[in-house]
Structure formats: structure tokens, C-alpha cells
Design a protein around this ligand. Structure first.
Ligand code: EPU
Length: 343
């Protein structure tokens, strides 16, 4: 276990924001986490469990304990001719797990290649890309309850997954720490039903292979999205808005080229990138903050921006999209202010 007082969080958030945590603790096993949660120190302070910080916006220093797990393993739980269940430590780098699946010819994770972050956070956020969502391959999520220190496993259905949503982001926010996730991967060839329509298949002659799909996804992401190691960002800043059919019908009359995705009889999902683009934000920079010039859904810290500056910039985007389209974009990144509301 590693304990650091007055710890810089610069390398714990991909926005590259220079804030300090009163304490930063790294644990590397479930047992260590259980001990930590039972300690007086943890019981009396605000706790903020983090993954790789690829979805966080720190608005100030954190006056409490930031907890980061480095529980990393991939083990087979059960296997038959058709599929296998793999249990993966929450601190495992997400893309290492995807690469492992592709190398071993396990189907299901390949469209989610190259997404930054760790496996536990992926299960909390229900990460998604190119027609796939991580919920589609999650079997169960293993957690520890912060208040009691008890282990609890959530079956996939109990996680209440929806587009970029889970029970851990809503009803149970701040109450559980994910320690491992069990995934179901297919052993028989089974590509994501959406891959043929998606760009992931463009330019690939003949039958796809898992590696070819992974390579195509990585190539698209490299072309469209900024590399957080070079340009500080947290991926999509906003969630694609889901609007009622009635509102959609009105909008589409004015903007017939507006991209949209069917959600249900009553709802359509719109493209936040398109809405932001149409408000003239693409590539725009104000002070130290900018909208990425290839993907307007991504906000970039051009160097030394504070979380407050980034939040103010995001607010301006929200206001102009709301004024033009009547839609209030919701941030997908988690704003962290001072103390988390965990306790
Ligand atoms: N668009 C524009 N202008 C642009 C770029 C895009 O108008 O400059 C419009 C286009 O019409 C395009 C549409 O936006 O068809 C959608 O763009 P894209 O395919 O890049 O997907 P997205 O909806 O903007 C979502 C995820 C991404 C994921 C991609 C690919 C969310 C919040 N974001 O973005 O996830 O990589 O789909 O499937 O759902 C992330 O979460 O950090 C992330 C990058």
C-alpha cells in the first residue's frame, strides 16, 4: 500500500489539472482495501475512488482521501466450447484486457479497443464505441461496500445499465468500490452486429478478423480523437442527448441533415458533436481551453487550464447549444469539487 500526503493529482487525471489531494492511497488487493475502509482515517474523511482519471474534472483540491486500486489480473472462471467467463481486476488497464481478448480469439471486446482508463471504471461508466457497450459483455461486477466493507457481487441485470449509465453512477453513487469485473466472451466467431455498418470495417477486404477490427478501431480513434498523453482531455465531454420524438420531429424539419439514432418509439438520440459543430465551436480556443478540431465533443486543456476554467468553457458551449437547439447538453465527465459527496 502506498500512502502519500499532499499528493499531486496531475498524473491521476487526463485533463492534466494541477490539484492536490490531502491524501492519496494506492491499494493493490481486496484485503488492503477492506482494511483501509475499516480504518478510522477512512471512516472520518471524504473518499474519492478513482481509476485512471480519464473521466474526471477536478474543480479544486480534494480535501479527503483519493483511493486508487492497482488490482490487476485476468483469470478464467469457467470455460466451454462456446464461451468463457474471465474475471478481471478493476485496476487492469482496459485496453490491455481488450488486447488479451483479441490475441486469444475471444469475441466481444474488440470494438472497445483503445479506450483510455481502467476496467473497474469502464464497468461503472458503461463505456461504449462503434456500436458496442461494455454492458454487452459484462457478466457480473464485484464490489466492496464503502460503509460496511462487505463484498457484494452485482449480476449484470442488477447494474441497471443504459447508455453511459449504471446503478453505480446513479442510485448507488459513491457507495461501492469495484474490485473486479467478470466478462463473458464468445469463443465462436461472433462479430458485433453493428460492425458491418460501422466504419470499423471500411477498407477491410474479405472476412474480418478480430485483429483487423481492433486495428481499424485504433486507427479511427487515433485519427479522430486527441491522445491524452499529448493533448490533455477526457474524451467525450458531453453525453449524446436523447430527446422526445416530438422535439426531434420539430428539429429535423429545420435541420434535415441532423444525425440521429433510433432509441425507442418515443425517443431519438442526437449527436452532441454535430450540435456543437453547428454552433461554430469546432477548433475554437478561449484562453487555455479549446474544442478539439476533429471531434467537437472533446474539450482540450491546451496547457495549465484549471478545472474551473474548463467548466466555464463547457458552460458556454452548453449555453450556445441550448440557445440554438433548445437542448441542454449533460456532461459525461464527473465534476469533482473539494470533497466528494461520498460520505
Ligand atoms: N460530427 C460532426 N462534426 C465533427 C465530428 C462529428 O458534426 O467534427 C457528427 C457527425 O455527424 C458524426 C457524429 O457527430 O456522424 C458522431 O460522431 P462520432 O462517430 O465520432 O461519435 P460520437 O457520437 O460523437 C460517441 C462516443 C465516443 C465514441 C464514438 C464512436 C459518446 C458521448 N461518445 O461519440 O466515445 O468513441 O461514439 O462510437 O457517446 C468517449 O466516451 O470518450 C468517446 C470518445
Amino acid at each position: 500500500m502506498k500512502v502519500e500526503k499532499n499528493a499531486s493529482l496531475l498524473h491521476h487525471n487526463t485533463f492534466g489539472i494541477e490539484v492536490v489531494a490531502e491524501t492519496l492511497i494506492e491499494y493493490d488487493s481486496e484485503n488492503e482495501l477492506e482494511q483501509l475502509l475499516a480504518s478510522d482515517n477512512c471512516r472520518s474523511k471524504s473518499l474519492l475512488p478513482v481509476g485512471a482519471g480519464s473521466n474526471l474534472l477536478f474543480l479544486s483540491d480534494f480535501d479527503g482521501i483519493v483511493l486508487h486500486g492497482t488490482i490487476r489480473f485476468i483469470e478464467t472462471v469457467t470455460e466451454n466450447d462456446d464461451y468463457l467467463l474471465l474475471k478481471v481486476g478493476a485496476g487492469t488497464i482496459w485496453d490491455d484486457f481488450v488486447a488479451f481478448c483479441v490475441q486469444n480469439n475471444y469475441y466481444g471486446a474488440e470494438n472497445l479497443s483503445h479506450i483510455p482508463g481502467e476496467t473497474g471504471a469502464a464497468a461503472v461508466q458503461n463505456i461504449g464505441a462503434y456500436g458496442a457497450e461494455v454492458k454487452d459483455i459484462i457478466h457480473e461486477v464485484h464490489t466492496i461496500e464503502i460503509e460496511t466493507g462487505k463484498k457484494q457481487t452485482f449480476a449484470q441485470e442488477a447494474c441497471r445499465y443504459a447508455y453511459r449509465q449504471s446503478i453505480f453512477k446513479r442510485e448507488l453513487k459513491g457507495q461501492y468500490i469495484v474490485v473486479a469485473v467478470t466478462f463473458r466472451l464468445e469463443k465462436k466467431e461472433k462479430y458485433n452486429p453493428n460492425y458491418r455498418q460501422s466504419e470499423t470495417h471500411v477498407g477491410q477486404p474479405g472476412q474480418p478478423t478480430l485483429q483487423a477490427v481492433r486495428d481499424a478501431v485504433i486507427d479511427i480513434r487515433r485519427r479522430k480523437l486527441p491522445d491524452p498523453a499529448v493533448e490533455k482531455n477526457a474524451g467525450s465531454f458531453f453525453i449524446n442527448p436523447v430527446v422526445l420524438k416530438k422535439q426531434f420531429d420539430q428539429l429535423v424539419q429545420h435541420y434535415p441533415d441532423m444525425p440521429h439514432y433510433h432509441v425507442s418509439d418515443n425517443e431519438e438520440k442526437l449527436s452532441a458533436a454535430w450540435l456543437i459543430d453547428r454552433c461554430g465551436w469546432k477548433g475554437k480556443q478561449l484562453g487555455k481551453v479549446a474544442v478539439h478540431n476533429k471531434q467537437p465533443l472533446v474539450i482540450v486543456n491546451k496547457g495549465g487550464a484549471s478545472g474551473v476554467e474548463i467548466a466555464a468553457f463547457a458552460k458556454q458551449i452548453q449555453s450556445s447549444v441550448e440557445a440554438k437547439f433548445g437542448i441542454l447538453l449533460q456532461p459525461e465527465v464527473d465534476y469533482i469539487a473539494g470533497e466528494s459527496k461520498q460520505k
